[in-house]
Design a protein around this ligand. Sequence first.
Ligand code: DAH
Length: 350
Amino acid sequence: MSNELKSFLEGLDSLAQDCESRKGQACSLKALEELRIEFLGRKGRLAGLMGCLGKLENCDKPAGGKKANEVKQRITELLDGWESELSVAESSQALSKFDPSMPGRRPWAGSLHPVTLVMEDICNVLGGLGFEHVSGPEVENDWHNFEALNIPPEHPARDMQDTLYVSDNIVLRTHTSGMQIRSMLKQQPPVAVIAPGKVYRRDSDLTHTPMFHQIEGLLVDHHVSMADLRGTLTVFVRKIFGARTEVRFRPSFFPFTEPSAEVDISCVMCGGKGEADGHTCRVCKGTGWVEILGCGMVDPNVFKSVGYDPELYTGFAFGLGIERVAMLKYGIGDLRMFFENDVRFLEQFA
Ligand code: DAH
């Protein structure tokens, strides 16, 4: 054996021995990676020795190459073995830090929005009284929203609502009353419908938002009277606000009803006394009453616009704001809270 080959082989042996002796250094996956680079990297120690292989005599090259492969394999095995030992150790260390008795993370449960809750409540009560649930478009034409409801162009009643116009003839509905028209056009009396939904107005302050929710109610048949209206609404508010709730009708005006009334209920806060804990009640401002909805007997002009004979039929209608009911029912002072989507507020209704 030539001297060159001998010293080449010895160099390889001592490289393998050196690697074996470095086991203690492989104490982390990162340190192990450094060892791998030192021994097997492209510019590492094995690669350095391999540079000498080319300088051996041709007859020595096969023996030199064979040994080099063996050493490379040996070192690779060593490093791989240490690596698997290390990863077992590291994961059992991680496991030992894991405390299976710790309470888990509770998933967040959603809840229905208070407006939805009150809407469902109202629909259930009125549904139980025989009213059918209908819905219609939020983008409405002038005729359904105004004209057919006895609110002709230039009528001063249009000033009551600041309208969001989509075009000259198309509006975002300012109330659900247009659903009275749509329902009557679809069928002949008897009609008993409720139409809940979103309505839009150009209003934005403490007590007004550009979008809010209403429910419209309509009953048309032979001989429907104001007494039927009063009876229906009394049952309704007592179901929603409690059996002891008092109801009061105040004369009012709406173009689509005649006569028209606004309905007050005894204050939900002070029970109608006008004061609570010796202070003037902040909800009813001491009057003992809070306004809850508008209503009236369907105006004959409205019947004419849908082709009903006002000599044959009478009817009542009512409309109420859902947010207003929700504020009274839950004692919420600021309308905007419904639309801020603050989870701390919303989760109280779960
Ligand atoms: N549409 C009215 C409003 O938005 C509420 C209303 C009043 C509806 C009287 C009615 C009614 O059906 O009879 O203010």
